[in-house]
Design a protein around this ligand. Structure first.
Ligand code: CA
Length: 253
């Protein structure tokens, strides 16, 4: 039976192992999460600051940094972030250090994806709803999406969107920079039990791009809509994009 879809949970995987990283990315997306994957500690920290995921899955043995240090940094900067350590070291001392550094939980490799998904569900059930913060206006470059007021503004000008166009754009904007699979978009915007052709999604995206471009062309000079990138065989991603004026652009005096 259909329940209201919860806001899409964003998960960042920080893992240098190609096989494990790929496995997690595929599995988490299949589990309905918005997943991004970084292969180093430094890029992971940057990505967390940029995209504010709900969960970080953190490998302890990273090529550029010690995962325990990364956990400590993430905890200091993001108090409500759920941090789950993934460790090949089953040594008790590493697990203790990780938890002391601020991680919420740990899994010892090799672990089962079903167990990981079950642990995530258990953690996320206990967390306070994040809906309130996600309902606030989201800004991406010149674009502002306000789901509470149900308004889309580009360079301060109202853009009229159809309901599904609005919902797709709002979902992409809440997960700016993250790849959202066709299945995730369809399930979240159309029907949580949806499966089948996704032509309607392409039509909606094409129409959305057209409306944003038309609105930008009609608005004040220099306003640009953020780009919706097509990811062949996967889905779509809203790019961070630049707001006007461009870096280095000197406004006329
Ligand atoms: Ca590793």
């Amino acid at each position: 039976m259909a329940a209201p879809s919860p806001p899409l949970t964003g998960i960042l995987v920080i893992e240098d192992d190609e096989v494990i990283g790929r496995h997690l990315e595929t599995g988490l997306r299949g589990g309905g999460y918005a997943c991004t994957w970084c292969r180093t500690g430094v890029s992971g920290v940057t990505e967390v600051a940029r995209t504010e995921p709900d969960v970080v899955l953190l490998d302890l043995g990273l090529p550029d940094s010690d995962g325990v240090d990364i956990a400590r940094r993430l905890r200091a900067d993001h108090p409500s972030l759920l941090i789950v350590i993934l460790t090949a070291r089953s040594d008790e001392i590493d697990v203790i250090a990780g938890l002391d550094a601020g991680a919420d939980d740990y899994l010892v490799k090799p672990f089962s994806l079903s167990v990981l998904l079950a642990r995530l569900r258990a953690h996320l059930r206990r967390r306070p709803p994040v809906a309130a913060s996600q309902e606030g206006p989201v800004r991406v470059g010149d674009l502002t999406i306000d789901t509470m007021a149900r308004r889309c503004l580009l360079g301060g000008q109202e853009v009229t969107l159809r309901p599904k166009e609005f919902e797709v754009l709002a979902l992409l904007a809440r997960h700016v920079g993250a790849a959202l699979s066709r299945e995730t978009l369809m399930a979240q915007v159309w029907d949580e039990n949806w499966f089948g052709p996704t032509k309607t999604l392409d039509v909606t995206i094409a129409s959305l791009r057209r409306r944003l471009n038309e609105s930008a062309a009609a608005g004040r000079a220099g306003v640009r809509p953020p780009e919706i990138t097509t990811l062949r065989g996967h889905g779509y991603r809203l790019e961070h994009g630049g707001s006007s004026p461009e870096p280095g652009f000197q406004p006329p005096r």
